[in-house]
Design a binder for this molecule. Structure first.
Ligand code: AMP
Length: 394
């Protein structure tokens, strides 16, 4: 990929996309125009006992070493920018932003809203800025939902409390919902502006969104990524009265309740496993807990599907994405069974065909097109990074 001067030709210059968590650093070198992935990897067990990777500084060093081992010297690979995934942009960030010291401080200040996510992102950003002398851009998972209508974004709690503590529905997975909802027009051959869409992002974390003309008008995650759909280890919606009840009756502390709902609930809480493939194996073996977990998962999805049909008034395209949504035909079937009266149905052969491509899985001529679109958050981050820096995409 190098030209005569030993540098990458500008047209093929990749963006380095980093997704730093508290104990892992995922990286991908991606060419924004073509989507070509030049290299990718994950540095794991950052800061854990017995790990060689003491902190995020060491993790960035290891990433550089791994790339060098593949013949990719970051300094000469023509990397034009680094795009960082940041989960929570709070009320401050509704668009990608070039990272300065002040921006790092702001992202750190948002940590109470995403204690499991933002501190790792800050550590990754600081380590990468110290070692990679190119522009760094933060792309926020909440940004796609910053323009939600107030009626959808507002919790019915005292307004002064909400204002003081920055409480609203922020929504997450926005980078994925944006990427998928903007890939749909090309798939169905209709302009974004005239499409009413529902996107179901079903991975280990899961969320739904309603998108009208390219603008998000509702989403299932809230102040934090705990609200909404049933997830691998997260409960999604529960009665808010559960928290004081558990505190008073079970004697659990706030942190213990947080752990129960975020890490011990969802599919795992109901069946013992959080991975959908393991859940399917248990179901096939006749496990009652796994069957119940599947039923609760699907029922919650139907709730949100019905809600967003009503919010949108008319639905044109319903799209499944992420690990479960892209790969699990049984979930898609179970969610959509019985909805023919609403114009929603599946073509079984299309639904069950294994594919990694964006594809339509409803019958031709259906009132609602049902699609599967593989998400690509890294490519979306790379594109938004380049767009912000006003560098022409290769
Ligand atoms: P994600 O968070 O998008 O990586 O999705 C993770 C979830 O997707 C896990 O529950 C996996 O079991 C599920 N998943 C990933 N690949 C497959 C597959 N090929 N078939 C069924 N489920 C899958």
């Amino acid at each position: 990929m190098t030209g005569p001067d030993g540098r990458a030709p500008r047209s093929a210059a990749p963006v380095l996309v980093l997704n730093a968590g508290s104990s892992s650093l995922k990286y991908q070198l991606v060419v924004p125009g073509s989507g070509e992935v030049v290299a990718k990897g994950t540095v794991e067990r950052i800061g854990e006992d017995g790990s060689d990777v003491a902190d995020h500084t060491a993790a960035v060093r290891q990433m550089t070493a791994e790339l060098t081992a593949q013949g990719l010297e970051l300094a000469s690979a023509g990397v034009r920018a680094v795009g960082h995934r940041v989960v929570h942009g709070g009320p401050d960030f509704s668009d990608p932003v070039v990272i300065t010291d002040a921006v790092v401080d702001q992202i750190r200040d948002l940590s109470p809203l995403a204690p499991l996510h933002n501190p790792g992102a800050v550590a990754g950003i600081e380590a990468a800025r110290a070692q990679l002398d190119v522009p760094h851009v933060a792309v926020f998972d909440t940004a796609f939902f910053a323009g939600l209508p107030p009626a959808a974004a507002t919790y019915a709690i005292p307004r002064e409390l909400a204002e003081r503590y920055r409480i609203r529905r922020y929504g997450m997975h926005g980078t994925s919902h944006r990427y998928v909802s903007r890939a749909v027009p090309g798939l169905v051959g209709r302009p974004l502006a005239e499409l009413n869409q529902i996107v179901l992002h079903l991975g280990n974390g899961a969320s739904a969104s309603a998108v009208r003309g390219g603008q998000a008008v509702d989403t299932s995650m809230g102040l934090t990524p705990l609200q909404g759909l049933v997830m691998g280890t997260r409960s999604g919606d529960v009665d808010p009265g559960l928290h004081p009840y558990l505190s008073r009756e079970a004697g659990l502390t706030v942190d213990e309740i947080d752990t129960v709902l975020n890490k011990q609930s969802g599919l795992k809480g109901l069946s013992g496993v959080n991975d959908f493939r393991a859940l399917q194996e248990l179901r096939e073996a006749g496990d009652a807990g796994a069957e119940l977990a599947f039923g609760v998962y699907v029922h919650r999805l139907k709730h949100y599907l019905g809600a967003y049909l009503a919010v949108l008034g008319r639905l044109d395209v319903l799209t499944f994405t992420a690990g479960v949504g892209e790969n699990n035909a049984a979930v898609r079937t179970a969610v959509l069974v019985g909805l023919e009266g609403l114009g929603i149905s599946l073509e079984p052969a299309r639904n069950e065909a294994a594919s990694r491509e964006a594809r339509v899985i409803s019958p031709d001529g259906s009132p609602v097109t049902v699609a599967v679109v593989p998400t690509n958050e890294e490519l979306e981050i790379a594109r938004q990074t380049l767009a912000l820096l006003a560098l022409p995409a290769p």
